[in-house]
Design a protein around this ligand. Structure first.
Ligand code: TXA
Ligand code: MG
Length: 355
């Protein structure tokens, strides 16, 4: 349906290696957004698919380019905390405290919206998600555009989020006006999303700003059950993104909750075609099957997860066993993305090699 009205666009690559030298690219990206176009741009978390958040037609094109359901709201990206007053109302003091501590950075805060934010941007909701990105290129493009930038992750809906410009090229070539290439994203998983628009603050999506860090400011912060479990039938999705299939490569992924020895012994014992291990650095010396390592700690795993999910497809993986990440720190965000990629298939190995 959406494909039928989607119009082909000439995509240009705008490379930013050095902010001062590559100013032209930033000016051009800002201009395209101001004029109602679509630009894939880097942030510290993942690449975003940006358009003028105040222009309903431009925003509609984001949904078309991504193949995204229209009721899934977009995050607006602004330059500094006080700009939120133009777009949101009933802003509680803790918003400013959180911004002072964590912004610019990988935190998104949902507030009641003002009318200036079109319902296209908010997916029909009376709230707006606000983020102040830290990436200097993202910040410079917002500044040049002179408007808040609505930007979901710059992947096709359902695919892993992009952490390099090459991922954006793969998904969005011919669908956007420009792709700004500023190298690999440093965090690798999308921002933490919290809502301050309800009765109690609630964490809707974990990210690099962890619940432990937030609880210092929000002692009564709740964590939505969909963060670690499949949303039950009939339960309202407080964040519409929770309902949709996400991050899924073509391969079937099973998460194994196990230590390194149990994990590697189990995976080595499997005789399956297209078998891959999605493992940690410590597992590598013991694996006798093809593998992709996410690295040594939670920070590494966050940075490499989405690229690894894409690489599994490129290498023709069919059956993947993934080592279960710890849920500590940014590990909770890694776990949250991985269980979606695995369609909630998770088993515990208890030394019996029984999955
Ligand atoms: O790191 C990030 O947040 C990246 C970069 C580009 O900034 N953006 C991103 O956007 O991940 P997206 O659209 O892929 O994910 C935003 C999530 C979705 O799950 C959406 O449903 C939720 O935030 N969301 C946005 N606005 C909301 C609102 N008003 N109420 C509840 N959930 C909201
Ligand atoms: Mg996304």
């Amino acid at each position: 349906m959406q494909e039928q009205i989607f119009k082909h666009r000439e995509t240009q690559i705008l490379t930013v290696k050095e902010m001062k030298q590559d100013r032209e690219a930033i000016i051009r990206a800002g201009q395209i957004i101001r004029q109602g176009g679509l630009v894939a741009l880097p942030t510290e978390t993942v690449y975003g698919l940006g358009a003028n958040a105040l222009n309903p037609d431009a925003v509609k094109n984001i949904f078309l380019a991504k193949g995204r359901p229209q009721d899934n709201p977009l995050i607006i990206h602004i330059e500094d905390a006080s700009q939120a007053e133009r777009y949101a109302k009933n802003i509680p003091p803790v918003y400013y405290e959180l911004c002072r501590r964590f912004c610019p950075g990988p935190l998104t805060i949902i507030l009641p919206k003002k009318d200036i934010i079109p319902l296209e941007t908010s997916g029909g909701l009376e709230t707006v998600a606000i983020r102040i990105p830290a990436h200097p290129v993202a910040r410079a493009i917002i500044h040049e555009a002179g408007v808040p930038i609505a930007a979901p992750s710059a992947n096709l809906s359902g695919s892993p989020s992009p952490t390099t410009a090459q991922h954006c090229v793969h998904d969005l070539w011919g669908r956007v006006d420009a792709i700004v290439d500023a190298g690999e994203c440093s965090v690798g998983v999308e921002s933490t999303v919290i809502s301050l628009a309800g009765e109690k603050p609630i964490l809707l999506r974990p990210g690099a700003v962890t619940p432990q860090m937030l609880k210092e400011f929000l002692p009564d912060l709740m964590i939505h059950e969909a963060v670690t479990e499949k949303l039950k039938e009939g339960v309202r999705a407080d964040s519409p993104g929770m309902k949709y299939k996400h991050y899924a490569p073509k391969a079937k992924i099973t998460i194994l909750d196990a230590d390194s020895r149990e994990f590697t012994e189990y995976v080595n014992s499997q005789k399956k075609e297209g078998l891959f291990a999605l493992c940690f650095e410590e597992d590598v010396p013991f694996l006798q099957v093809p593998y992709i390592s996410l690295g040594k700690d939670e920070t590494d795993q966050a940075k490499h997860l989405f690229a690894a999910l894409r690489e599994l497809d490129e290498r023709g993986a069919q059956e993947v066993y993934a080592r279960c990440p710890s849920k500590q720190g940014v590990g909770l965000a890694v776990y949250n993305r991985l269980i979606r990629a695995a369609a909630y298939q998770e088993h515990t190995l208890d030394g019996e090699s029984e999955a």
